[in-house]
Design a protein around this ligand. Sequence first.
Ligand SMILES: [Mn+2]
Length: 309
Amino acid sequence: MAYNKDILGIIEQFDSIVIYRHVHSDYDAYGSQLGLKHLLIANYPAKEIYAVGDEDIVNPEFLEKMDTVNEDTIKNSLAILVDISNAARVEDDSYKLCKESIRIDHHPYTETLCDHEIIDTDASSASQLVVELAKDSNWLINEKAAEYLYAGISTDTLKMTIDKVDKRLFEDLAYLYGTKIDTNMVNRMIYDLTVDLFSTETKVRNKIIFDEDAAYVTFNTKELEEYGLDYRNAKDMVNIMGNIKGINKYAMFVQTDDGKYNVSLRSHSIPIVQIAEKYGGGGHPLASGISSINESDITDIVKMLKEAR
Ligand SMILES: [Mn+2]
């Protein structure tokens, strides 16, 4: 997409910029946030650039530590929110204190969060939109930024397997490859599982329930403990159902400490987001989630999943 020239103008006006990502961050959230941070550092060395959010990072070996920013700095800063679909999903509320704000996102629009919003649901990932911002702004790409952005694109496209993988994405990737990227290293960093997690994944495969063209797994808190899984790892395992012939829709139900269930819904081609919306959730047409349902809702959701045509 072509970036409004104003966006670059706004970025250039500020001496300090704070970049925000969403709660329960995935690699696109981290990748677009840290990729943008390194692009800005390299192209505007005089500016102060911060990336904020939960310190508890999923993969500290690959990802870097978050920054702390004092309130006075925040008040004089530009906020940039990446990969965030709604206010409840912003990990740090301090963006509201910033002087001006920009949002860069690829989720379907739900509400306005910022003064300037770039929302493009045709893009594969927020990371792709950051690449396009760099391209349109003629920014130099550096290795660190490229690795983060590649990680975001690779994971949000499920290793380049979804329909958002198109000419536009390949052109953006070509731009990203203007610098050296050690994709082999990045892939191993983001996809390799520990032996424990790999063995657990094998056990989880045996827990899959197949029902017509749908498949699903449920995890209560007791089972999570038994499998040595935390909520996050269990949720991520929804993807193990993504490459089964004849299975077009799949779901993961993971119980949270309050006894409710978190739901991840996926589909290869038939939209399922309307099911999530019915329970206060949302997301993309083919990949959406619900933060909290009752155990008794699981049967209904599976039924709706099967019946989605
Ligand atoms: Mn994303």
